[in-house]
Write a protein that binds this ligand. Structure first.
Ligand SMILES: [Mg+2]
Length: 118
């Protein structure tokens, strides 16, 4: 089954996403900020990433740039909040494949993942 990395500084969000994804048979690794995300990406080598934008240390946009620098084919889906439209545009221009607005609809998350995983 595909491997997914869930990146969010909110623990409840990681827990909810992990529960959803493992329930669908995916293998899941977590990271709580952009810095950790870059490290976990290299070890876990996920097939896709769900990445929060607003995080301490290194935010989702910086982590996206770093991960795409390491792996230009990285499939990253941004997790965004309402009011973050300009950051979403920036993320898509930086190579993010899609975005999901929080609070997320589980079906929307699964659709976005299935689309990027082909
Ligand atoms: Mg956040």
């Amino acid at each position: 089954m595909p491997k997914i990395m869930v990146v969010d500084d909110a623990q409840f969000m990681r827990v909810r996403l992990k529960k959803l994804l493992t329930g669908q048979g995916y293998e899941v690794a977590e990271a709580e900020d952009g810095e950790e995300a870059v490290k976990v990406y290299q070890q876990f080598k996920p097939d896709a990433v769900l990445m929060d934008i607003t995080m301490p240390q290194k935010d989702g946009l910086e982590a996206l740039a770093d991960i795409r620098g390491l792996d230009p084919g990285a499939k990253v889906i941004m997790l965004t909040a309402l009011g973050q439209e300009s950051m979403v545009v920036q993320a898509i221009q930086s190579g993010a494949r899609d975005y999901v607005v929080k609070p997320f609809d589980p079906n929307r998350v699964m659709m976005a993942l299935e689309k990027v995983l082909g």
